[in-house]
Ligand binder design. Structure first.
Ligand SMILES: Cc1cc2nc3c(=O)[nH]c(=O)nc-3n(C[C@H](O)[C@H](O)[C@H](O)COP(=O)(O)OP(=O)(O)OC[C@H]3O[C@@H](n4cnc5c(N)ncnc54)[C@H](O)[C@@H]3O)c2cc1C
Length: 424
């Protein structure tokens, strides 16, 4: 039987970063079920268009992580872009985030939102603050009914495709743009739409360039493509793959957490794990569309998509190149060919597509895409992770950790784990 010190499951950003930071002198093997590396950070090139699996733009908070990656991308131009993002709201464009730009609404709606946010937060003797036991309650309690019902609730319901009352109040962590009354009022005179991604970077070769940077540290023969982990004997430390059995000392997995737990024979609380699917269309047209916009949010239930983005405005290209995202519950089976004409109709209704001709397209269903972070999922992951770690198994990454994070977070987590392993 083959044996390896570190068995790494998944050649997405998390798995490749673990291997890269372990270093070539360590004994490891990366198993990847797919025929290519990259996981959700793959890039598709078609008819002169460069698309990712979904809009993947990068906001590095740690300059050392970005430098490490860029040092391994020789000749690759990386664009830095000041984000221009809007919300399509009842026929007008409002700057994102909605809650800080209510002054751009018609006067009656501004008054409604301002009154509601003020009253939601006012200290009124004898009146308790509204509870914040879940994501939906948090939206009402912090922003009031107006902002919650005009944007935050319909938009997030389209994205997550679930009842927001089932989500943990911190389901979006630092990715949720909080704003208090002072921020909201100050923004009326002094625009400050800074958020976690006020500027972003994007390599001209697409997101896969960051993946290739990580892979450049991995010697040939250390990534086994087209080989999936299908069983795990925690006690004997033997992994069964679609091709063989492998003995390991430590196993690091970036496969979705509930799947790994099942493979390891752990009893899981199935109801604790829920997620959405995102159907992504990448659409290339024969000529330019709207300029000065990177992405647009669509809270209206009349539109099939919740967000679209413009690659051509990042690349300064002369043909409109869009990604379009639609959210579905985990049990839905969205058929791209059935949705494409509806998406094109909705793009026409929004004035994004006029007399453009669609010249290339690609679609993918991301499953899981956004995991539903609930109190139950957090405690199940926490409990089972401890069992796995006690048996030499670490579950990391966006889906391995069953969380909401960026690729930078994936690199940081993998780097810290590899450092611990090397020090042990
Ligand atoms: C719609 C959407 C938009 C996003 N936008 C951004 C963005 O703009 N910026 C950003 O920084 N991040 C973004 N992200 C997040 C980013 O995609 C993830 O953080 C990152 O790709 C996760 O990498 P990972 O390696 O943890 O997981 P994955 O990319 O899922 O990689 C896991 C790998 O494991 C493999 N695998 C699974 N099971 C097995 C098995 N049993 N055996 C062998 N291999 C297996 C899979 O094939 C896959 O290759 C976005 C995510 C989504 C869903």
């Amino acid at each position: 039987m083959d044996s390896v010190r570190h068995l790494i499951v998944g050649a997405g950003v998390s798995g490749l970063a673990t291997a890269a930071f372990l270093g070539a002198d360590e004994d490891y093997l990366v198993l990847e079920a797919d025929t290519e590396i990259g996981g959700y950070c793959k890039t598709v090139k078609r008819d002169g268009f460069t698309w990712d699996y979904s809009g993947h733009f990068f906001h590095f908070k740690h300059p050392d992580v970005e430098k490490w990656l860029r040092d391994r991308m020789p000749g690759q131009r990386v664009r830095t872009v000041e984000k221009q993002s809007f919300i399509s709201y009842r026929g007008r464009m409002i700057d994102f985030p909605f809650q800080k730009n209510i002054h751009q609404l018609p006067q009656d709606e501004l008054i409604e939102c301002l009154y509601d946010v003020y009253m939601a937060r006012a200290q009124i003797p004898g009146r308790a603050h509204a509870p914040e036991n879940n994501f939906k309650e948090m939206l009402y309690a912090r922003f009031g009914r107006g902002i919650a019902e005009k944007f935050l609730i319909p938009y997030n319901e389209k994205l997550y495709a679930c009842d927001l009352a089932t989500l943990d109040k911190d389901a979006m962590g630092r990715f949720f743009p909080h704003a208090d009354l002072t921020d909201i009022v100050r923004n009326m005179r002094q625009a400050d739409n800074a958020s976690y991604n006020a500027t972003f970077t994007y390599p001209e070769g697409g997101a896969i360039e960051y993946v290739n940077a990580l892979a450049s540290e991995i010697p040939a023969g250390r990534i086994a493509l087209n080989e999936a982990l299908v069983g795990l004997d925690l006690r004997k430390k033997i992994a069964t793959t679609t091709k063989r059995e492998l003995r390991y000392e430590r196993l690091v997995s970036s496969a979705p957490f509930p799947r790994l737990a099942k493979l390891a024979g752990l009893e899981i609380d199935a109801a604790a794990f829920s997620w959405n699917k995102v159907l992504v269309f990448n659409l290339g047209f024969d000529r330019k569309g709207p300029r000065d916009v990177n992405w647009i949010y669509y809270p209206s239930r009349e539109r099939s998509f919740y967000r679209i983005g413009f690659y051509d405005n990042i690349f300064d290209a002369d043909r409109m190149s869009l990604y379009v995202e639609l959210g579905f519950p985990r049990d839905a089976v969205p058929q791209p060919q059935e949705w494409l004409s509806r998406v094109l109709d909705d793009l026409r209704a929004e004035g994004v597509v006029t007399d453009h001709q669609l010249v290339a397209h690609h679609s993918i269903v991301m499953d899981p895409a956004y995991v539903h972070i609930t109190q139950r999922s957090v405690s199940a992951v926490d409990r089972l992770s401890r069992v796995l770690a006690a048996n030499g198994v670490w579950s990391i990454g966006r889906y391995g950790g069953w969380t909401y994070c960026s690729i930078e977070d994936n690199v940081l987590e993998a780097r810290a784990l590899a450092k611990d392993f090397r020090a042990a």
